[in-house]
Design a protein around this ligand. Structure first.
Ligand code: 0O2
Length: 224
């Protein structure tokens, strides 16, 4: 097999052609990871008659957002810097019903042989000051081209529907105020984040109670 190289180790030019090649690679990486996740979900459905995933969204970060992020982190705007310092150019968001599904999926993703997990940030066990909760995995996936193989980064965010609802709203507010939202709004958002956790815990508990009740009913029916 050809040598596998990391995208960050490739010497990159700064022209339109390089840009297009890079975006092609990130798009290919997104497709690869999305397919893997869909297969895991289908397998789970087949074995356990249950889908851990409610929906999946994927996107390539816009050039404006990439430039903003580079500047925010004090880097010059170059294609090399974008590849080396912006980890979420290719991003996939997996939205689950229950918190337990998040960890189950993360484990299944981590066990995929051809994915390399670079880092994990558990903002569920350790929420951000804003109240943000989500499970982030930075992985690389090999993209097999005709003459070489390039390991390409994808950020995977896994969260519940309630966490996703909160994060979408907070994202809108954050950007409206460019990070300077009035204190009472940030405070309210943190409180809402607590409510999200309570809702997630209650829904998980309810689901477990439903499964137990159903199993008991079936056992009873079988005994008759
Ligand atoms: P956008 O506009 O959503 O793309 P890193 O270099 O990876 O260590 P980074 O990128 O800050 O540093 O990593 P992190 O913390 O994993 O955040 C990556 C993404 O998670 C963000 O991308 C957001 O999408 C999301 N995120 C992180 N914190 C928050 C938060 O407090 N609120 C919301 N709503 N989303 C958050 P971007 O590029 O910052 O933003």
């Amino acid at each position: 097999m050809d040598k596998v190289i990391a995208l960050g180790d490739v010497t990159l030019g700064e022209g339109v052609d390089t840009w297009n090649t890079i975006i092609f690679l990130y798009n290919s990486a997104l497709k690869e990871v999305q397919t893997k996740v869909e297969i895991l979900n289908d397998e789970f459905q087949q074995v356990h008659q249950y889908n851990p995933i409610e929906y999946i969204k994927s996107r390539i970060k816009s050039s404006e957002s990439i430039v903003k992020k580079l500047k925010r982190c004090g880097h010059d705007t170059s294609i090399n810097n974008m590849v080396n310092y912006v980890n979420d150019i290719a991003g996939i968001r997996i939205v689950c019903s229950f918190t337990s599904d998040i960890y189950r999926l993360a484990e299944m993703i981590g066990r995929q042989n051809d994915l390399t997990v670079i880092s994990v940030k558990d903002y569920i066990k350790h929420p951000k000051d804003s109240g943000y909760k989500s499970y982030h995995m930075l992985v690389t996936v090999p993209i097999f081209l005709s003459d070489r193989t390039i390991d390409t980064k994808v950020e995977i965010q896994i969260r519940t529907m309630a966490m996703d609802f909160w994060a979408s709203l907070e994202h809108k507010i954050y950007y409206k105020f460019e990070g300077n939202a009035p204190k009472y709004i940030s405070q309210d958002l943190r409180e809402c984040s607590g409510i999200v956790s309570m809702l997630d815990a209650k829904m998980l508990q309810l689901n477990e109670a439903i499964l137990e009740a159903k199993a008991a009913q079936e056992e009873e029916a079988g005994a008759v």
